[in-house]
Write a protein that binds this ligand. Sequence first.
Ligand SMILES: [Zn+2]
Length: 427
Amino acid sequence: MDQLYIEQMRNWACILTLGLSLAAAARAEITAFTGARLFDGTGAVIENGTFIVRDGKIAAAGPSGKVKPPRGARVVDLRGKTVTPGFINAHAHVSDVEGQGTGATEDKVRAQLGIFARYGITTILSLGGEEPAAFHVRDAQETVSLDRARIFVGGPVMVGKTAEEGRQMVDKVADLHPDYIKIRVDDNLGTAKKITPDVYRAVIDETHRRGLRLFVHYFYLDDAKDLLRSGADMLAHSVRDKDVDDEFINLVKQHGVPYCPTLTREISTFVYEDVPAFFKDPFFLREADPKVVAQLKEPARQQAMHGSKSAQGYKAALPTAERNLKKLADAGVTIVMGTDSGATSARFKGYFEHLEMQMMSDSGLTPKQILIASTGGAARALKLANLGTLEPGRWADFNVFDRSPLDDIHHTESLSAVYIAGNEVKR
Ligand SMILES: [Zn+2]
């Protein structure tokens, strides 16, 4: 190697070092968000709060009298606004479950996560059926430049006819490094064969042996009880066949298992027998695919839904789900917000989370209960590190509202800005 070449290399190294330190300085930019009504995700409300964002994370948060913008910080005045942590959807999909091919490439996954983000849903747990692309997207989100929703994945949904087959399937899925494993214990209103207890017990056991959690799709109260006794880690839908009883309430509390109502999943099964009221909601229309909306308004399709046994079965089950949600919330069961959106194109990603919160309110939950279930409560129950609250050290994922959802949950539709890792999401 000649001297000139070495000299050149040194110069380049110098320029590179300078560039890196400039980049570090830009990253270290500090922003203070001042004067908002702060809901911190744990349940605490500060009427006039300030929080500081540094390197994509919350550096401090508290009453404006105590937390002051550091010298040189960029200041964003949020007087009159309400801030909550970004919403977490505990049951969504970016999958290809209906052959839509929507989740097959990283670009398509990111496009879907962009829709969630523009609605203030800053984290989703995709409960199964993801393509490898979704895993790659998940692996790339621990970064200060993030501006789309975070995703966690379950991988292929577990099936198996025997206990041994079940264990083998779990091992195959676990080797892909999912965040949890998903199983369906359901006969689809008596039209399919349900996985047997010896199989799901083997699956749960093997899942735990691999250090993962088992999230379960189910419908019936008796199945839910046995799944809890067998060690399931999240009930990913409502009990819909019967009213819950004390035995169930005790089991779900004893095991500390979160309960995810997915009321909008039920809505999606029957509501398009007519034109639903939300088709006129501007907040819905800003992202809804006009082609899908047009399809759902076709008279033939409406009539088919009206005459469908399963549609009418799930419609009849919805009031039971709503009563159960209220009873469980009153009993102190951990509720986590989820929609099953994305599993079909009729479950509108992003908008359905807001509709879900409205339905939780119609079921009798308070705005604070609903907001906890959609932020810090969900993060704690689902073990999502560094998410869900405005506490120091957490990612600065948060929503800004013109009107306060603490006063009326419908005000989540007054969403005026969304930040992920401190970056404002373009909407
Ligand atoms: Zn699902």
